[in-house]
Design a protein. Structure first.
Length: 166
């Protein structure tokens, strides 16, 4: 079965997980530079999969929303537990989820397939179906998309890197 949704946590997957604070509050997050191009290429190759981002970071919501909107994707801010929110909005048997936190483990256990960046805690890696070689915010999302493509959609049997570089 092929996934219909790719839901990715923002902080720690799309970013390096760090927050930059001043006396005025949270002012910056660091996002990976290459993920936008790969997201658009992946979406062009697999137009039937819905790609969305989710964050529980209320204080940094405007920053996350701006980056996701700039890339052309939807970002949700979640109140409460991520698993409850996802169960209300998606068929979990059709979701590939990328998360990095210990609090993501219940969601990882419920979805069709789960991914985490290599700089996640070991317990998170234990529950992930795939662990990237790259850190969050440093190519982990790009690597995850290539892996998803090769695992679920690559009918030509080419290596994902070759297809994405065409």
């Amino acid at each position: 079965m092929k996934p219909e949704y790719f839901i990715c946590d923002v902080d720690g997957c799309l970013t390096d997980g760090n927050f930059f604070y001043t006396l005025e509050g949270k002012v910056m997050k660091r996002f990976g530079a290459d993920d936008c191009n790969m997201l658009k290429k992946f979406q062009s190759l697999v137009p039937d999969i819905t790609i969305e981002f989710a964050t529980c970071d209320w204080r940094g919501w405007d920053i996350s929303k701006l980056r996701c909107n700039d890339m052309g994707f939807k970002c949700h801010v979640i109140s409460g537990h991520r698993l409850d929110w996802m169960k209300q909005n998606y068929d979990m048997s059709k979701v590939v989820f990328m998360g990095d936190e210990i609090s993501d483990i219940p969601t990882m256990k419920e979805v069709m397939y789960s991914i985490c960046p290599t700089n996640s805690f070991d317990i998170v890696k234990y529950y992930a179906d795939y662990v990237t070689n790259r850190n969050g915010g440093s190519g982990a999302l790009t690597e995850a998309l290539i892996h998803i493509y090769d695992k679920f959609f690559n009918v030509t049997k080419k290596i994902g890197y070759e297809i994405f570089s065409e």
